[in-house]
Design a protein around this ligand. Structure first.
Ligand SMILES: NC(=O)c1ccc[n+]([C@@H]2O[C@H](COP(=O)([O-])OP(=O)(O)OC[C@H]3O[C@@H](n4cnc5c(N)ncnc54)[C@H](O)[C@@H]3O)[C@@H](O)[C@H]2O)c1
Ligand SMILES: N[C@@H](CCC=O)C(=O)O
Length: 514
């Protein structure tokens, strides 16, 4: 028996003891700077000459550590190790596998500040965002473990006179996990360990921007006693090993979270049959967003401004769920814009070690890309806040509000993945919904309204995977708000849902005649 699932509570940093514990962790983690992390294949730690150097995006001259890069021959070895490990791991009972994950969750809980502190340095996450990321990883492990225990019972089927039927689930084989840098611990851990608790084995290729945070999971799995070869850690250049991993005839499934372009490429490549492949690969692709908050004419305008600002600028807008479009009824447009700009101007930007609201963006390439979008935005609309960028020390971009945009403007259509939000005006609720739906994405959205009929209409017509009423459009909680999007936001497999593990299981029927 395990206790019922409950989401891990956020750390209260206004509590002096918690604050001191986190400051200590920030100091402690620094002692490891310069560390050299290996590949881990079949339990063997392998150092390669070619390494990724991971830097602090707040202080780009500061090296956090180096991580070995896998080449094709390592991937080949990892497939063999994973295939061999599958033989025994798939024979562990679902309960035994689930218990191991619950143990891993307990270790993460004990080492929580250490993991979050590393995220502050390697991903530029502010304290609360890093803490949320680590907590979400715990939630995924706890939730998926219970989900596996439930699925282990199979599902009922009908029996007939003289016939007894069973319907149950079994693992699929070896799969590939490719994860993003923006939730470097939670998404990476979930997309690696959900297949694993289901009895599969995995090759994990984490983002090259945050490989050290990903390595923490490997340490934890070793401490928890996960058998060798069940998770193989193979960071490396996507150019060198990306296609190879996807194309490989031993890859049964790919779980990818990242940009639309890479997700499309993976979907296309995985669909092509390879010699020696006698099954159809499954692809789970969770991709980008261009998420909208609609503000109705009778809305609470303070709530609207808070929801827009928090959803747009939390973790510098580097969330697939971030609000990058505010569509406001013309009667309250000026008021909501004014309040949003006022709140935006109060946000602090700087090194997240010093408890700023916003840290840097992740990399030089993201800094350059977002800066270009700000230039476009200034031409397409009116700059009302922010617009300032500075990459002299780290990759800092101030929270930016661009108003009076055409719904078809570039700023209103393309995923920016940075601290930029566009405002546009509409004359009624139908027009607001039309604008909200006029992007190629369909991930999250929110409606701020006091008109119940409008909420009902939005529930039917606002075409997103996660829709929220009278709150922001970020911060889904595992088990409470299963997460995933429509259209070009992905395959909508809903992480943190009772259905998620089915992506990594085959359904089998056994029918016995008496
Ligand atoms: N829908 C979701 O749940 C969700 C969650 C988080 C992030 N995202 C999206 O992720 C994106 C940001 O993350 P990113 O910048 O890391 O995305 P990205 O697509 O650049 O990279 C994602 C991962 O794919 C790898 N990769 C890149 N090219 C590859 C290739 N050809 N073959 C195999 N692997 C390859 C990268 O190394 C990384 O590990 C945004 O678009 C964001 O919206 C979506
Ligand atoms: N699940 C997160 C977003 C993950 C993508 O970046 C949220 O709901 O804000």
């Amino acid at each position: 028996m395990v206790v019922p699932y409950q989401a891990e509570p956020a750390t209260d940093f206004s509590n002096k003891e918690n604050k001191k514990a986190f400051q200590d962790a920030l100091k402690q983690v620094k002692n490891d700077f310069g560390v050299q992390r290996p590949l881990v294949i079949g339990g063997r730690h392998i150092q390669t000459d070619d390494k990724t150097t991971s830097i602090n995006p707040s202080e780009k001259s500061q090296v956090i550590g180096h991580v070995s890069k896998a080449k094709v021959e390592h991937i080949e070895e990892a497939f063999s190790a994973a295939e061999e490990a599958f033989e025994s791991w798939s024979e562990w009972s679902p309960e035994e596998r689930a218990e191991l994950l619950i143990r891993a969750a307990a270790i993460i809980r004990r080492r929580k500040h250490e993991i979050s502190a590393l995220m502050v340095y390697e991903a530029g996450k502010p304290w609360n965002e890093a803490d949320g990321d680590t907590n979400e990883a715990i939630d995924f492990l706890e939730y998926n473990s219970r989900s596996m225990m439930e699925l282990a019972k199979g599902k009922p089927t009908l029996d007939r006179e003289g016939e007894h039927n069973h319907y149950f689930y079994q693992p699929m084989g070896v799969g590939v996990t490719i994860s993003p840098w923006n939730f470097p611990f939670a998404i990476m851990a979930n997309t690696t360990l959900a297949p694993v608790v289901a009895g599969n084995t995995v090759l994990l290729k984490p983002s090259g921007d945050t490989p050290l945070v990903a390595y923490k999971l490997i340490e934890i799995l070793e401490e928890a006693g996960l058998p060798k070869g069940v998770v193989n850690f193979v960071p490396g250049s996507s150019k060198d090993i990306g296609d190879y991993m996807i194309d490989h005839h031993k890859t049964h499934f790919v779980t990818f979270t990242g940009s639309k372009d890479v997700g499309k490429r993976i979907t296309e490549r995985a669909a092509k049959f390879q010699e020696g492949q006698n099954f159809i690969k499954r692809t789970i692709t969770e991709m980008g967003g261009k998420d909208t908050i609609i503000v109705d004419k009778d809305a609470d305008t303070d709530l609207a401004a808070e929801s827009i600002v928090n959803s747009a600028f939390g973790f510098s807008g580097q969330k697939c769920s971030a609000c990058s479009r505010a569509v406001i009824h013309e009667d309250v447009y000026d008021e909501v814009l004014k309040k949003s700009v006022k709140l935006t101007k109060k946000l602090t930007v700087g090194n997240p070690v010093d408890e700023n609201y916003m840290g840097p963006v992740i990399s030089q390439s993201q800094f350059d890309k977002i800066s270009e979008y700000i230039k476009i935005g200034k031409k397409e609309g009116k700059l009302k806040a922010g617009g300032k960028t500075d990459d002299s020390k780290g990759f800092f971009i101030h929270p930016t509000v661009i108003a009076d945009l055409d719904p078809e403007a570039v700023i209103m259509q393309e995923e920016i993945f940075g601290p930029v939000v566009g405002f546009t005006k509409a004359k009624d609720f139908d027009e607001m919904l039309r604008i909200a739906n006029n992007t190629e994405y369909g991930l999250t959205g929110a409606v701020i309204t006091n008109t119940r009929e409008h909420w009902h209409l939005a529930c039917r017509k606002f075409n997103v995977g996660n829709l929220y009423l009278n709150r922001g459009c970020t911060a889904a909680v595992v088990g409470y708000h299963p997460f995933g999007g429509f259209k070009m936001s992905g395959t909508d497999q809903k992480t943190g849902s009772p259905d998620y593990l089915l992506n990594f299981l085959e359904q089998k029927v056994v029918s016995e005649m008496f």
